[in-house]
Structure formats: structure tokens, C-alpha cells
Design a protein around this ligand. Structure first.
Ligand SMILES: Nc1ncnc2c1ncn2[C@@H]1O[C@H](COP(=O)(O)OP(=O)(O)OP(=O)(O)O)[C@@H](O)[C@H]1O
Length: 347
């Protein structure tokens, strides 16, 4: 086959490549886009500030994160850090479109994701519409794993996400996953206030992170395991079993895995429409990730590989892990509800 290149095309391609994929926005432009950060435009509020829907003059839709309480850190820090984030590109990461730093205002601009977050489909405003069929869930599992693996193993600099959970997996118009909210710990002052509000996400936090308050790539793996289980069961990471105790999702899933009752684990809203082998794979990988002992967890690259296992032998190897045979020492789940109660009591 002959491949023919037009010199002008090559030239144009080269030119496009050198253009930055992000830009600086003026506050005036963002005021106009969001109707002056009108309450009606507000998509929600997170640890770092409020997010507003907006529309630019060219008709494109954006989500603007207005950071709260910008500290006295040097202005250059914000620009430098956002520019580092803006350069990190992967098809399943929500990329930064630009930023604005004027006066006390610090804003980050992203593309608007019309299907909002995974959490809104699993437990929120879209949950009754059952838009997440099995194919979409499987696709979200693999592509969000690829995005986090990219942050851990290939991004420059390497990035620990630090807050992997369903509300940080956004969905584009095709229901493709876009992982967001990475790299914020560098951007925002670590005054302890941000960390404490993480108590709301207690079901996602690894035991070592609860204990030390430190984030790590293995902590991300733990959180991702919980997210996988949440994705296929449709259950929240923790649920209250009685007035004083909460149960972690692994505690509920693992006994059913011992009995190989995968049909009871899967989200009943799927009405039995799922691929059994794929379900098994996600559940087992989820449990491998959410083991108490961090050294027993796989890396994110291994997670991607395991989620895509096709050979029967490899699947059998995975299933033969002592973790799933009911005679292990119970490390995946031991004391998890105790930990949850302890942290809650502490708060
Ligand atoms: N690009 C986007 N497109 C559509 N909705 C978005 C976008 N970015 C954020 N949102 C929505 O805005 C809300 C607030 O998002 P934000 O990331 O600030 O907080 P969070 O993820 O809910 O919590 P946290 O900051 O603690 O991780 C969420 O409901 C989120 O789904």
C-alpha cells in the first residue's frame, strides 16, 4: 500500500501539535459564560469550590470550577500547577481547557460533561432511568482504570489521584468515562480542612490512608476496587446495617463470592442482562484491589490487564487466589466496619 503525504498537510499537523491545548480565560469572559456564576448555573459543590455550567461565545459548553479561599501562595504557583495539569492528556481523563487568575479569583475551566457523574447514575438524579447497561459499565470500568494507570505510570510528572470515587468519574455524551479532580492537592493549600471533609468518602479510603492521612498510588488502587464493586452492584461503598455500624461494600460482596453467587451481587436494575464472565472479572479484580494490606494489591497497570483478561487459564488463575476461597484469613474485610465506625466516632 502506498502512503502519500502532502507536505502542506504535514506542515499543518506540525503546527497544530505545537499549539497549546489550553488557554487563559478572562474573568469577564467567564462571567458572561456563566451568567455571573448564577445559582441556576451551579452544577454542584465539592471540596475545592463550586462548579458552574457555562457557554462560551462559540457555543461550546464548559464547566467552571471556582476555587474557594485561595491562600497567600504565590500567584505563579497556581499558573504553574494548572499548566502542568493542562498538559496531562488521556482520552479518559477530563482535560483542563484553561484557567483564570484575576484578583482573588482562581478558576479552572473544563469541558462540560453532559451525562454528569457516575454517582448520579448509580445513586442520584439519573438512577431510576437505568441508562448504565452492562456494556457501558464494563467500558467505564476498563477506561477509568486506564486513565488512573496513565496518571500513575505514564504522566509527567507521575500523579497520585488521591480522590478516586464515583463522583469523580464523569460521563461524556457517549457515556465514555472521564476521570476528573486529579492533582488538586498540589493546587490547594493543605490546611487540613480539605482532608477532614474526605470523611464523607470514608468507604473509599484505604486503611493506611485513614491512619496516616497520606495519599498514595496503592491508596488509589484500594479506592478503585471499591468503585468497581459499586459500579457492578449499584450499592454505595458503605451502608448502614444498624444504628451504630456501617458495613463496607467488600464485606457484603466477599461472602457471596465464597459461594459463587454472582447473580446476587450484580445490580438488580440490570434485570439479568450482563455478561457473567465479565461480571466475575470485575468483582474479583475489585476485591483484589480493596485488600487491607497494600502490598497485596495489584498496580493500576495490572488492574487494566486483569480487567481485559480473555484467556480461560488466566481467569482460572485469578479465581484460584486464596482470597476468594473462603478459607483465607479474612484480611480483605476484617475490621472494615470497625474502622468506619472508629473514624466516624473520631469525627
Ligand atoms: N466537567 C463537568 N461536567 C459536568 N459536571 C461536572 C463537571 N465537573 C464537575 N461537575 C459536577 O459538579 C459537581 C461538583 O464537582 P466537584 O468536582 O467540585 O466536586 P465532587 O467531585 O462532587 O467532590 P470533591 O471535590 O470532594 O471530589 C459534581 O456534581 C460534578 O458531577
Amino acid at each position: 500500500m502506498l502512503i502519500w503525504f502532502d507536505v502542506t498537510t504535514l506542515h499543518r499537523q506540525k503546527k497544530v501539535k505545537t499549539e497549546p491545548s489550553w488557554r487563559i480565560f478572562s474573568l469577564k469572559e467567564l462571567h458572561a459564560a456563566t451568567n455571573s456564576f448564577n445559582y441556576d448555573n451551579k452544577l454542584g459543590e465539592g471540596r475545592f469550590g463550586s462548579v458552574y455550567w457555562g457557554q462560551l461565545w462559540d457555543g461550546s459548553q464548559i464547566a467552571v470550577k471556582r476555587l474557594k479561599a485561595w491562600s497567600s501562595r504565590e500567584e505563579i504557583d497556581f499558573a504553574v500547577e494548572v499548566e502542568i495539569l493542562a498538559r496531562i492528556r488521556h482520552k479518559n481523563l477530563l482535560s483542563v481547557r484553561g484557567y483564570c487568575a484575576e484578583g482573588q479569583e482562581r478558576l479552572i475551566v473544563y469541558d462540560y460533561m453532559p451525562n454528569l457523574s457516575l454517582v448520579s447514575h448509580l445513586h442520584g438524579q439519573h438512577s431510576s432511568e437505568s441508562l448504565l447497561d452492562w456494556t457501558r459499565r464494563m467500558n467505564i470500568a476498563v477506561s477509568s482504570a486506564q486513565a488512573i494507570a496513565y496518571l500513575h505510570h505514564f504522566a509527567t510528572p507521575r500523579i497520585v489521584h488521591g480522590d478516586v470515587r464515583a463522583s469523580n468519574v464523569l460521563l461524556d455524551s457517549e457515556f465514555e468515562a472521564r476521570v476528573t479532580d486529579f492533582g488538586y492537592d498540589k493546587l490547594m493549600p493543605d490546611d487540613g480542612a480539605n482532608k477532614s471533609t474526605k470523611g464523607n468518602n470514608i468507604g473509599y479510603l484505604s486503611p493506611e490512608c485513614i491512619e496516616s492521612g497520606k495519599e498514595s498510588d496503592m491508596g488509589d488502587v484500594y479506592s478503585f476496587g471499591v468503585l468497581l464493586l459499586e459500579l457492578v452492584t449499584g450499592k454505595r461503598p458503605t451502608e448502614r446495617v444498624n444504628l451504630t455500624t456501617k458495613r463496607g461494600i467488600t464485606e457484603w460482596v466477599l461472602p457471596l463470592v465464597y459461594e459463587r453467587k454472582f447473580g446476587e451481587i450484580v445490580d438488580q436494575r440490570l434485570n439479568g442482562k450482563y455478561v457473567e464472565e465479565e461480571l466475575k472479572r470485575i468483582v474479583l479484580v475489585g476485591l483484589m484491589c480493596a485488600q487491607r494490606e497494600s502490598e497485596k494489591r495489584p498496580t493500576m497497570s495490572e488492574v487494566v490487564e486483569m480487567l481485559m483478561i480473555e484467556s480461560k487459564e488466566k481467569m482460572a488463575q485469578l479465581e484460584a487466589n486464596p482470597l476468594f476461597n473462603g478459607n483465607n484469613d479474612g484480611e480483605v474485610i476484617d475490621e472494615s466496619s470497625e474502622i468506619i465506625s472508629e473514624v466516624r466516632d473520631h469525627q
